[in-house]
Each structure stands twice: as structure tokens, then as C-alpha cells.
Design a protein around this ligand. Structure first.
Ligand SMILES: [Mg+2]
Length: 367
């Protein structure tokens, strides 16, 4: 069954893709967030031409073919654009077969334990602790992640002393029996990361994410070797060769692919297989409530080496105004600390027609 039409609906932040097959069946996917308008241009120039006319239900080779045809363009934008094709075709196949994507890739619908993930650094330790406790009481979260250092901060803190304060204040407020994670977002040199890591160990934090500039696999490996807690990373990495290096250098204890940065489910499954072969768990990166979190939920229900939880952004419209009104209903209800993959076909979400009406439209189709 051939793909005959590929449409994009986008603004600057979010771009949805609708794939149509020759029998009229359709599926919805999304390119990765941010500069989505540019990504959709890449989609129509460098992805759609190779996909039109190919098999809508069996497309692993199409994804690889695009990579080969556009081999002069390694890197982020093409992967982000390919994700739109991959995720739309998984949804289409799910709708054709009447199955959720989780089932198509070897898993099943059901619950996924979530951790509450803060994106904020401009928040005081006391305010961060207070909102975590509210979320714990309202949604039953049993795991939380907050931020230390400054993003790509060259050893500087968001403000002097914030990290030394936010680690114990939030950890004590959460108390025992809760999983505690922090994210350095490429802040530290190995020396400083190890100092911060000791502070984390003393305060019961079990997961130290992206301690050093993520492209320095040896630096991250040095930190991992020096600490007893788990070091995690990989959210930015979109070339399989990078994952190979990361694994070979023993940089991390936990792999964190982002389904949408990496190029979709097919490529993410490949990273999950690489992780499984190395005995490493997968705790994907999913930092907003666009489609990425739903794709990640389906993935975690299917792979043999899932990490302990789903990343679940707790930020509202003050931080992510563009998340407003993307879907009909709420596909992201957290009950007792868990999100749920339903048995609805495909991704099990409906894109909001009102949002689509306000977006910029473009189509590629078989003439
Ligand atoms: Mg991170």
C-alpha cells in the first residue's frame, strides 16, 4: 500500500504530519519541537520525495534510504524531519491493524510509571520543593527530577550557591522512598561534576544526568567512574555512531534517546537494541507534552530494557505556551504516578482541529 500524500501543519514550535496511503488510510505524526517550521521545510525537500510511492506499512528501509540519499546532510534537522514520517506511518499502520503502536513494536497497552520533570532553573529551592509536594499529593508521583548548575554553564551556577541549596532542600522535602534525579545539562568539567556528584550521593540522589558537555564522552566517563550513582545521558545524540562511542567509552549507566531528535521509533529501537546488548537501561528524554511523550510511553511498554520511569514534564503554559490545545481531551492524565497507554489504535491521540486551522499548511503528493 503506497504513500500518496504527506501534509504538514506547523507553527514555529510544533509541526504535525499527516500521511495518506492509496486506500485513503491516514496517520498522524510530528516532527521534533522548536524551529518546527524550518523542520517542515526540510521534510518536504529532503524526506517526502523519497517516501512518496513507497510502502506505507513497511517502512524501515525507507527511513534508512532517506539517510543514504541525503548522506551529505547528517545531523539534527534531517532526523527531526524524518521523525514526522516515521511517527505518522506508525500511527497509520496502527489504525489499519486496529492496534496501539506499543503492540506493533512488541509490547502492549498499559501503565507507565512517570517521574515529574522540572525544566526550570529560575526557581528557588523552596519553590521547587513546594511544587513537587503539591504534584506528589495531586498525582501520586514517586520520582522527581530537578536542575543543577547552569545549562552549558562552564562550571557556573544559575546563581551562586543555588546547587548547594537546591539539592538538600528538595531532597529533604521529598523524604525517603522517593526516587530523586538531577540534570546538569552539560554544565560541568569532570572535576566540578565529581564534586557535585558527591553532594548528590550524600543527599540520596540516584541519577545524575548530562554532568559534562554531552559531546565529551571521555569527560562523562570519568565522572561515571568516580561516582557510585547512575550517570545518564544521550538526549542530544542523533547519529548511531555517537551511541556506539558513548557505549564503548562507558560514558553512562543509563541511555536517554529522544525519539524525536533521533529520527523516530525505528531508529530509537536500534539504540534500545544497542543498549540491551551492552546491558544498559533506556530512560528516554521526553521534555514536553507534544507527541514525544506519547511515543515514549508506547516505546517503554515495548522494549526489553526500559529504565525505571517515563520523563514527564510538569511545566505548564507559563513555560510552554505552545503546548496549549494540541490534542483533544487529555492524553496525559497522571494517576497514582502513572501515565497510561490505551488500546486505541496508533498513538491513541487526536490532534485538535482548531490548532490545525491556525497552522501553516504544505503538501507533497504523487502528481
Ligand atoms: Mg536532560
Amino acid at each position: 500500500m503506497k504513500i500518496v500524500k504527506l501534509e504538514t501543519f506547523t507553527n514555529q514550535y510544533v509541526g504535525f504530519v499527516r500521511a495518506t496511503a492509496e486506500d485513503g488510510s491516514q496517520g498522524w505524526g510530528q516532527v521534533s519541537t522548536y524551529h518546527a517550521d524550518i523542520t517542515c521545510e526540510v521534510f518536504h525537500r529532503q524526506v517526502a520525495p523519497y517516501a512518496l510511492g513507497t510502502n506505507a506499512l513497511d517502512f524501515a528501509d525507507t527511513i534508512q534510504r532517506i539517510y543514504e540519499k541525503e548522506h551529505k546532510f547528517p545531523g539534527s534537522y534531517l532526523r527531526r524531519a524524518q521523525t514526522g514520517l516515521d511517527t505518522a506511518l506508525w500511527d497509520l499502520r496502527g489504525k489499519v491493524e486496529g492496534k496501539p503502536v506499543a503492540s506493533l513494536i512488541g509490547g502492549s497497552p498499559g501503565k507507565v510509571r512517570a517521574y515529574a520533570s522540572s525544566m526550570k532553573r529560575d526557581i528557588t529551592p523552596e519553590d521547587e520543593a513546594a511544587r513537587f509536594l503539591k504534584l506528589r499529593d495531586k498525582h501520586g508521583f514517586t520520582a522527581f527530577k530537578w536542575r543543577v548548575g547552569a545549562e552549558c554553564g562552564r562550571d557556573q551556577d544559575e546563581w551562586p550557591g543555588r546547587t548547594e541549596a537546591v539539592v538538600p532542600v528538595v531532597s529533604k522535602a521529598l523524604g525517603d522512598g522517593v526516587d530523586k534525579l538531577v540534570d546538569g545539562n552539560s554544565c560541568y568539567s569532570p572535576k566540578r561534576a565529581i564534586e557535585v556528584g558527591k553532594l548528590l550521593e550524600d543527599n540520596g540522589i540516584g541519577h545524575f544526568e548530562e554532568p559534562c558537555p554531552y559531546w565529551n564522552y571521555d569527560q562523562t566517563a570519568e565522572v561515571r567512574a568516580a561516582l557510585n550513582i547512575d550517570v545518564a545521558g544521550g538526549e542530544q545524540d542523533n547519529e548511531l555512531s555517537s551511541w556506539q562511542l558513548m557505549i564503548e567509552h562507558k560514558s553512562v549507566d543509563i541511555l536517554q534517546p529522544d525519539v524525536m531528535y533521533l529520527g523516530g521509533i525505528h531508529r530509537t529501537l536500534e539504540v534500545c537494541r544497542m543498549g540491551a546488548a551492552a546491558g544498559l537501561p533506556i530512560t528516554p528524554h521526553a521534555a514536553n507534552l507534544g507527541l514525544v511523550t506519547m511515543c515514549t510511553m508506547h516505546l517503554l511498554r515495548a522494549i526489553p530494557n526500559p529504565g525505571k520511569y517515563l520523563e514527564f514534564s510538569i511545566e505548564g503554559l507559563d513555560y510552554y505556551p505552545w503546548q496549549d490545545g494540541l490534542f483533544l481531551g487529555n492524553p496525559y492524565d497522571i494517576v497514582d504516578g502513572h501515565a497510561t497507554v490505551t488500546d486505541a489504535p496508533g498513538w491513541g491521540v487526536e490532534i485538535n482541529p482548531e490548532w490545525l486551522m491556525k497552522s501553516a499548511y504544505k503538501v507533497s503528493e504523487i502528481g
